[in-house]
Write a protein that binds this ligand. Structure first.
Ligand SMILES: [Zn+2]
Length: 359
């Protein structure tokens, strides 16, 4: 009992400390390694932007897990964005206001972003009572990331919007995953691309593989698929940010031989992913469940509720998750334990059973 009381006091302390700025430095971020390619520009001091760090984790008891309604067997929305444009040209384009509005709503609803790599590794290290969300941007479009003359992210880019939301809602951790092709962020020179990728990865963002030229993979041989993946691995490696741990399939299209996109080798260079993401139509199951398959992870297209999106896109699913809180992943604030209501014990994968904290 005494130990539990201590844990609770610590936990409450952590919850109270949360909104204050000046968090500890980011954990679990990738370092950019030896840049080698190019020297960075005059980037602003990192203190000017919200940090990707989080408060120190706590030790969750069953009592505490019950209090915060932890359910780490619940579903996680992995949101998929494409271009961000003032004037939408395709149904999958979103305007800056639409993206900002959706992210502010996520923040108000208690979501905390994690990267795709963290999700696939089961590294869901967010405060107790919060819900993870994975923000993913496909195709490395110029509207995802650009720096202005002062070296700050341009306002209506994905990164600019994420930082605006994090400034307004300090619990909203500014991280996301960018899946890129051969011309990251529409930048022409390899030096500019390297600088962009290093800027992002040094702040906790993930930049990973979306194939070299965005082909329909089911139409390609094993060798051609490996070439498509290795060319991106070599590019990101030269930028100091490889190897990729995650892959988003172009068009969400899975080759019949699923192993071809999981690991392999081309021209002497290997690749190996820990999470392969689809274009999807529903929230993902928790990475701790028996049903979880890292080889085909579901995503949800960011969009309203019209036409094809009547049921399958983000507005529909985020409303659904708000209406079904017992189906949603809610964290216990303890990255070592998997807290769940006792009746969900059977849903946890056998290799994770040691970590279960049931109530
Ligand atoms: Zn794509």
């Amino acid at each position: 009992m005494v130990a539990n009381a201590v844990v609770l006091v610590v936990a409450i302390g952590v919850l109270l400390i949360l909104p204050t700025p000046g968090e500890p430095p980011a954990r679990n971020i990738s370092t950019s390694g030896d840049p080698g390619v190019v020297k960075g520009p005059a980037t602003p001091p990192k203190a000017e932007l919200p940090s990707a760090g989080l408060p120190e984790p706590i030790v969750a008891t069953p009592e505490f897990a019950r209090q915060v309604k932890a359910n780490e067997a619940g579903m996680v929305p992995v949101l998929m964005y494409h271009r961000i444009m003032k004037k939408r040209l395709a149904s999958i384009d979103r305007t800056p206001d639409q993206v900002r509005g959706e992210m502010e709503k996520l923040a108000r609803d208690g979501y905390v972003p994690i990267t795709a790599r963290e999700f696939a590794a089961g590294r869901i290290d967010i405060p107790a009572g919060k819900h993870p969300v994975v923000l993913t941007f496909d195709d490395g479009h110029a509207s995802h990331f650009a720096l202005d003359d002062a070296g700050m992210p341009v306002k209506d880019t994905a990164v600019g919007i994420i930082y605006q939301v994090a400034q307004k809602y300090p619990d909203f951790r500014p991280v996301a995953t960018f899946w890129v092709n051969r011309q990251p962020f529409g930048l022409q020179s390899r030096a500019d691309q390297a600088r962009a990728v290093q800027w992002l990865t040094s702040r906790g963002f993930e930049v990973a593989n979306h194939t070299w030229s965005h082909p329909y993979l089911p139409g390609l041989s094993r060798k051609r698929i490996a070439e498509q993946l290795v060319r991106v691995e070599r590019m990101l490696g030269a930028f100091g940010s490889g190897p990729s741990e995650t892959l988003a399939l172009p068009f969400g299209a899975m080759p019949r031989a699923r192993s071809t996109v999981q690991r392999g080798k081309w021209d002497g260079t290997p690749f190996a992913f820990k999470g392969v993401f689809l274009a999807g139509a529903q929230p993902s199951v928790s990475p701790f469940t028996e049903d979880y398959d890292w080889r085909s992870i579901q995503r949800i297209q960011s969009n309203g509720k019209k036409g094809e999106c009547r049921k399958w896109c983000s507005q529909y699913w985020l409303e659904w998750l708000n209406k079904h809180p017992d189906q949603r992943y809610t964290a216990d604030g303890d990255p070592e334990r998997i807290s769940i209501p006792g009746k969900l014990r059977g849903n946890i994968s056998s290799k994770r059973r040691q970590q279960v904290n049931a109530y």
